[in-house]
Design a protein around this ligand. Sequence first.
Ligand code: HEC
Ligand code: HEC
Length: 157
Amino acid sequence: MNRYLTLPVLLAVLTSLSLPARADRYSVPKHAAFEEECGSCHLAYPPQMLDAHSWLHVMNGLAHHFGTDASLDDKRRVAITDFLAQNAGGRKTGVTADAAGRPLLRITETARFVKKHREVSAATFKRASIKSPANCAACHRQAAAGDYSEHSINIPK
Ligand code: HEC
Ligand code: HEC
């Protein structure tokens, strides 16, 4: 077991002990290319919401990205892929794969997302003011700041 107790792991454990557990706050790490390229069509989703394996698959499929072309030049793609891998989920989100072990490409299909949104109906997600569960900021008014806490939720009519 000792070989798992690397410095980053110890630091993560110490941090989690010294701070109150906040399941509703995500730090928003700064990365100019990520914010520019991945925040233009939708929110620059918190990297912690998918694991590194999922992000790799998202980044390897940008030419066919949910019905659109989000491809990048190699330099930016590699830089953003590295950034996402370094900040990917772990403690908060766990593994983001389907039942067969295939990496999920959507945060909105992860078990964690489904569980947290159990009380939001499919019809609500489809409202003209919301359009899609992927439109986090429609309801989470402080999503851009990584704040998903209950007091900043406002579901539009
Ligand atoms: C040209 C527009 C465009 C760009 C640029 C773009 N995306 Fe997307 N992305 C989309 C669309 C459209 C969807 C599907 C949204 C929906 O289902 O409502 C999507 C969905 C996603 C989802 C899944 C959301 C969910 O349902 O959980 C992830 C993750 C994602 N994008 C990551 C990225 C990353 C990382 C980048 C930067 C490399 C990026 N996107 C750049 C258009 C874009
Ligand atoms: C239709 C409105 C709506 C949309 C769109 C939406 N959410 Fe939520 N979200 C909610 C509601 C309602 C809750 C439950 C709040 C509660 O019960 O405390 C919630 C809870 C959460 C929580 C848990 C917060 C906590 O207190 O632990 C997270 C994290 C979260 N949402 C992230 C997201 C992300 C990321 C997206 C986009 C990919 C998203 N949500 C899209 C309405 C929405």
